[in-house]
Design a protein around this ligand. Sequence first.
Ligand SMILES: Cc1ncc(COP(=O)(O)O)c(C=O)c1O
Length: 493
Amino acid sequence: MNVVRKVGILAPEAFGAATLLDTKDPMGLRATAPLLDAWIRDMETDRSPFQIPGHKGRTNLTGPIVDGDIPVLPGNHPYRISPSLILEAEKLAADLWGADLCRFGVNGSSGSNHAAVMAVAGPGDKVIVSRTLHKSVLVGMVYAGVIPVWVRPEINPATGLPEYLPSTRLKETIEANPDAKAVLIGEPSYVGTMSNIPRLAKVCHDAGIPLVVDAAWAAHYGFHPELPEHPLAEGADIVVTSAHKTLPAWSQASFVLVRKGLVDLDRFNKAFDSTQTTSMSGRILASIDASRALLQKHGYDLIDPIIDATEKGRATLVANGIDVIDGEYIDPLKLVILLPKTGADGNLVEQDLLKANIDVEMANRDLIIPMITFADTPELIEDLINRIIESVNRHRGEPRPIATAAAFSIIPEVVVSPRDAFFSKHEVVRAKDAVGRVSAEMICPYPPGVPVLSPGERITQEALDALFEARDSGVRIAFAADRTLETFVVLPQ
Ligand SMILES: Cc1ncc(COP(=O)(O)O)c(C=O)c1O
């Protein structure tokens, strides 16, 4: 039987919130969320807009697909979504997280990462970057013209996945590169593992440089004692988050929290504004404001039962002979299922789930990552776990050895800056002739979107083998000009 998505633990009455009759504000947030309040007012007002967007709020042309889409008005309107009201909402968020500045963005953590890189370094500057980075950090490096000094996290041999960046390794890298302008790390990693951010922040601050954390998956951190602290509270100077990943916000919603001191706030603002459209969606921005208010008002109560259900889910999987990532330094809401020991192919398990109309965030031969947030219910999580166990049991086979995921096994050699390689003339060569050449393109198995090859890096046999292995195990090879990997785009010799 299908467990259907229902109000479940989100029943507002349970939180002393507004009644369900208030369909535009079921959790009673608008009094503390100015953008949400403004959006609801707009929805309740009959207007004749002579401005963009061109649908003018009419749903009888392209249909309800444009419903609720309102722009940011120019000028200052105390009760409409306008720049002054956005500042007010951003200030509420900055205060909640203890930041000196918060900016709401509509270009995902991708745009926010572009801004973060441009805020801390410029053409020719070195930055130290963890090789668990998302490709958007790399694109930020192309925009900014910076030169990466890569630093590798520890790989857990039991999972083949990244675990944490040792502070001693970061310290040595900073000492070897005293001219580096900043350190950029991705925390938690795509598989929910965490570094010790207070230690890394101290190492950076002792060297007088800022620590930038791409915490795209960590917007909920700090709102429950079993969750890690928020990276800003742990000493990071810039924290990039996707509100749309772990919070109930619209796709593309992102916010960045910044601490002044080692970061120039004016420069950050300039960089951030340059990464955003001039026609921001008021609805996306209001959903960030609403998510902030929700976390502030009900965060613990919403998160608590889901942590509990996820814990139970992990225990049930393990009891059925299916490994999971577990331990002290992981996000307790991140469910990472490891299949090698079962011999089952995660691609087949995903097919079974898809047939039941269940989508997962990531699946390949060895891993399944269903994304869990507090918009789920314990019943849905239990049902998912049972289906996964059933499907894995159906596809069980010979256990496979643990293979280190391609993206994390590479030791890159930077030959020219990502920007120079990106804009350089290039040529196409067959795979067998690519070894030793310098890549002109970024190639990432996706997810997780961590590059195996970046523009400007030497192509090695190990990188090719890792990419072939990822391709052959069913991983999508993203951003390569030739996704079959028969040819590669390289710089001229
Ligand atoms: C670590 C990390 N950073 C940044 C991003 C980009 O986030 P967005 O999709 O919000 O642009 C992702 C996307 O998956 C990610 O995993």
